[in-house]
Each structure stands twice: as C-alpha cells, then as structure tokens.
Design a protein around this ligand. Structure first.
Ligand SMILES: [Fe+2]
Ligand SMILES: [Fe+2]
Length: 269
C-alpha cells in the first residue's frame, strides 16, 4: 500500500474582525500553519479543512481563505478538501470555495488520493450548532461506500460522533451518531476524522477509530468540564495512512514554537 500524508486544518474561524478575543487571531494562526508546512517541507498529499472555516460564514472571509491556500506552496501540490462546519454558510462556501452555484443543500463530496477514498460529509444543520446527517447525506455515504476502495476509505465530517468532556461542546456533537455507525459498519472505512471541539481527542464508533482534530484558531480547555474556557494557541494534525494503519500526530503551530530548523535540547521519547 502507498503512503498517504493528510494534513488536517480544522476550525480555522477566519474573520475580518481581526482578533476574536485578546490574543486569538485566526488569520495569523492559519498563516503560521501554512508557513510551518512550507518551512519544514511537509509534503501533504491532501489538506483537509474540517469545518468552521470562517467565523461568520461571510463571503470576504471565504475569499481570504481561498487566497491563503492559493498562495501556499504547501497547498499547491495537495488535493484540498473543504468541509463545512456550524459556523459556515453553504451558499458562500459553495460559490467561493467550490466554484459552484450557491445552492443551500448539503455539501457532500468524494475525493481520492491514489487508491485511498475520502468521503467528506456535511453534518451541519443550518441555523444550529449541533450536527446531524440528514437522509440524503446518509444515502450519499451508502452510495460512496458501496464498492470497497483499493486502499480503503476515510470519512470526514465536522461534528464528532463521540462526546467532549466539556459539557457545552458535548451537547453540540453529532446527534445521530448511531446512523453513522450503522452506515460504516462492515465497510472499508478505516477512520473517521472530525473537528468542532477545539481540543484533540480519540475515540471509536463501533470498531472504527475516530479522531477529533484540534483547531488552528484557538483552544477549548478540556480541563474545564463545566464552562467553555478559551485559550490562545492552535494546532493541526498530520495523518499518516499506510500499511501501519492510520496514525494521527498533533503539530502545534504556536505560540512558543521555535524558529524553522531549530532543535530543542530535549532527548527523544
Ligand atoms: Fe469551531
Ligand atoms: Fe464547530
């Protein structure tokens, strides 16, 4: 089996408002993430943007995102997959990022890298912050998975099917996780990749591993179960897919990151 390197940028929350809160600058964090990929020569095969790509769902912010990716050397050779989240709006998302008519239906997509199939689902419910897969999206998933892919499939959606330890986030999970579980049971799906919680987490849906990627824009502190506590900082995930399986590794994007090429004094391990 070939090696596939996926880079997950989740919850970018781009905004023309500047800082969302003191020290939280989504555009600066996105720029840091893309610069890091270039500086470290991380050759992504696929870049997955797993929802909440903008904070307000406005067209100018989608244009800013498209421009950032278009000017990125790291993205130039990668397949870029845009997945909507609860902060996105389907009309401007479609017209700016996908070059399609601004239809309001779910944005479901299939992308390939070699023999690896990526099935990206729209788990958003317009006007709501929780997630759900509607009947049409579940049909799309069933059709996409009807025949096994040569190197298996990965399902990508914004809302995790598993809870967060932060109560407010847990209430905004994928409401019909059971439907997703039934749809992928016994198929070639090797992993489910999500975002939305703004903290990293690993779980499973039946026998399939579920990865919740951290946000590039800011951190939701998993130490605070009751209140939603927001911290500056951000991270992305590299996902290595090959014969060893699906391996997810978090890459911090700052603050405190050393200059490109610098190596710390810490021993490996
Ligand atoms: Fe988000
Ligand atoms: Fe979200």
């Amino acid at each position: 089996m070939a090696h596939h390197l996926l880079i997950q940028l989740s919850d970018v929350h781009l905004t023309r408002r500047g800082e969302l809160a003191p020290g939280i600058d989504p555009a600066a964090n996105l720029a840091s993430a893309l610069a890091l990929l270039e500086d470290e020569d991380v050759a992504a095969d696929v870049i997955l943007l797993t929802g909440d790509l903008t904070n307000e769902g406005d067209e100018p912010s989608y244009r800013d995102l498209a421009a950032a990716l278009a000017s990125s050397r790291a993205a130039a050779t990668a397949t870029v997959v845009y997945v909507p989240g609860n902060h996105d709006r389907r009309g401007p998302f479609r017209s700016v990022l996908l070059g399609q008519a601004p239809d309001e239906g779910p944005i479901n997509q299939v992308a390939w890298h070699g023999g690896l199939r990526l099935v990206a689902l729209d788990s958003t419910v317009p006007g709501e912050d929780h997630g759900s897969l509607d009947a049409g999206t579940l049909d799309f998933l069933a059709d996409a998975l009807a025949e096994p892919a040569p190197e298996g499939s990965i399902v990508v959606l914004h809302h995790p099917p598993s809870p967060s330890p932060i109560e407010m986030m847990a209430a905004l999970r994928l409401a019909n996780a059971d439907d997703l579980g039934r749809a992928i049971e016994g198929t070639d799906v090797r992993a489910v990749l999500c975002g939305h919680y703004h903290h990293a987490g690993a779980s499973h849906l039946g026998a399939v591993p579920v990865w919740t990627g951290p946000a590039t824009s800011f951190v939701a502190d998993a130490a605070s179960a009751g209140d939603l506590r927001i911290l500056p900082g951000g991270a992305m995930t590299r996902i290595d897919v090959d014969d060893d399986g699906v391996v997810t590794s978090v890459i911090p994007i700052g603050p405190g990151r050393p200059a490109p090429g610098a190596r710390g004094p810490v021993r490996p391990g």
